[in-house]
Design a protein around this ligand. Structure first.
Ligand code: NAD
Length: 425
């Protein structure tokens, strides 16, 4: 039996610590009392389980599964399940809190949660992953529930795993309960519009910000880092709305064309090329892909990984607007310089909340037993994203703070007020 103790969290400029730094600033600006601060800081529930799984070689291996409900003040917890080798309780706790703020900022009636299993799905067979997902679901059967805690995919999991979760949960309840999880395949009650939802929200946030900054989209240039789900959809939708996307990148390299890259062609190339841009001829390959971030463009969309705008390169950023498609692309240390330079940064918890918004629509549709058209999903999510942007913008004026702190203020204020009305013991 192989059971390996979880490794400690790595000592690096951690996006989750960055989040707490901003949370603290916002709490202070709001004048949050110590009592409420402590309620919001500490997770409501932390569950750790051991999952013995029979592997294909006949041996039993024990995996550690975690689920954290950070808050259920606004409603049932919502958040993904990651299958990754470095899943750790502290990280899951912080990610769960992040979900609380993200849901609150877009005003959807959810709290925040997150879960994970410490495993390496790349080294596991489909059967092993299925047994692990089903065992994890059974171990969390009293935690999950359409009115309690609604999981979703995260790193290392996708619609396939969500289908197994739904099936296992449904069997235990003797009926089909598709609203227990979102991110399901369409045939199981997944929502139209979910695939493009996060990139679409990035586009809506970018256009709303450009309006405030008086940047004409038809004369604006843009660079997008990351060409996966979020980056490619954001690039495509921004291009459709008039922006010239002069640079795109993925983990294989960055490509630049001052006349603008044809995004639809780039997507076609990627899809026919094993999912990456290597060998793309629709732009010049940049020597250092990180230079994409410091291009002289109007709009910069980091949509790949965390911690790419840091104290090291923030000085050289020339964009007037940063719209964070990725989670945690900007380190807290870079914030001050971004603000000094007068760059508007639409933060992750606002800019990429289109995804969780359409996940919420999936749950609503499942509960209604009805399917919305893609058009209805898009119109409603655009409205939610636009309203959320306006609320955060107003808060940034009212409290005289950057958009990032304003987003935390809006979120914390909402959860704190709700808590105060509901009351405690
Ligand atoms: P994805 O796996 O589909 O795409 C990631 C992309 O980033 C790929 O193109 C990859 O090649 C590229 N990449 C990786 N390392 C890179 C590097 N060093 N430089 C440039 N490109 C690099 O993932 P995704 O779903 O598009 O998610 C991207 C980010 O958005 C993540 O931070 C994720 O947490 C966040 N996010 C995603 C969603 C969603 O709905 N998919 C929702 C909210 C937040």
């Amino acid at each position: 039996m192989a059971y390996i103790e979880p490794a400690p969290i790595k000592d690096r400029e951690n996006p989750l610590e960055s989040m707490m730094e901003r949370f603290n600033i916002a709490a202070e600006k709001l004048g949050l009392s110590d009592e409420v601060y402590n309620v919001l800081k500490n997770p409501a529930r932390q569950v750790i389980v051991s999952l013995p799984i029979t592997m294909d070689n006949g041996k039993i291996q024990v995996f550690e599964g975690i689920r954290v409900v950070h808050s259920n003040i606004l409603g049932p917890a919502k958040g993904g399940i990651r299958f990754a080798p470095d899943v750790h309780l502290d990280e899951v706790k912080a990610l769960a809190a992040w979900m609380t703020w993200k849901c609150a900022v877009v005003d959807i009636p959810y709290g925040g949660g997150k879960g994970g299993v410490r495993c390496n799905p790349r080294e596991m067979s489909k059967g092993e992953i299925e047994r692990l997902m089903r065992a994890y679901t059974m171990a969390m059967i009293d935690v999950f529930g359409p009115d309690k805690d609604i999981p979703a995919p995260d790193m290392g999991t996708g619609p396939r795993e969500m289908a197994w979760l739904m099936d296992e949960y449904s069997k235990a309840h003797g009926m089909t309960v598709n609203s227990v999880v979102t991110g399901k395949p369409l045939v199981l009650g997944g929502s139209l519009g979910r695939t493009e939802a996060t990139g679409r929200g990035v586009m809506v946030s970018a256009l709303a910000a450009m309006q405030k900054l008086k940047i004409n989209p038809f004369q604006a240039t843009c660079a997008v880092q990351g060409f996966g789900n979020v980056g490619s959809w954001a690039a495509r939708l921004l291009e459709e709305r008039g922006l010239k996307v002069v640079a795109i990148s993925d983990h294989t390299g960055a490509f630049y064309d001052e006349k603008g890259i044809d995004i639809v062609k780039a997507i076609e190339f990627r899809d026919a090329n094993g999912g990456h841009l290597e060998g793309f001829k629709g732009g010049d390959k940049m020597e250092d892909p990180m230079d994409l971030l410091t291009l002289d463009v109007d709009v910069l969309v980091p949509a790949a990984v965390e911690d790419v705008i840091t104290a090291k390169n923030v000085d050289q950023i020339k964009a007037k607007l940063i719209v964070e498609g990725a989670n945690g692309p900007t380190s807290a240390k870079a914030d001050a310089i971004i603000n000094e330079k007068g760059i508007m940064a639409v933060p992750d918890i606002l800019a990429n909340a289109g995804g969780v918004t359409v996940s919420y629509f999936e749950w609503v549709q499942n509960r209604l037993g009805y399917k919305w058209t893609a058009d209805r999903v898009n119109r409603r999510s655009d409205r939610i994203m636009k309203d959320a942007f306006e609320h955060v913008y107003e808060a940034s004026k009212k409290y005289d703070v950057p958009m990032r702190i304003a987003a935390y203020i809006v979120a914390i204020d909402k959860v704190a007020k709700t808590y105060t009305f509901r009351g405690g013991y």
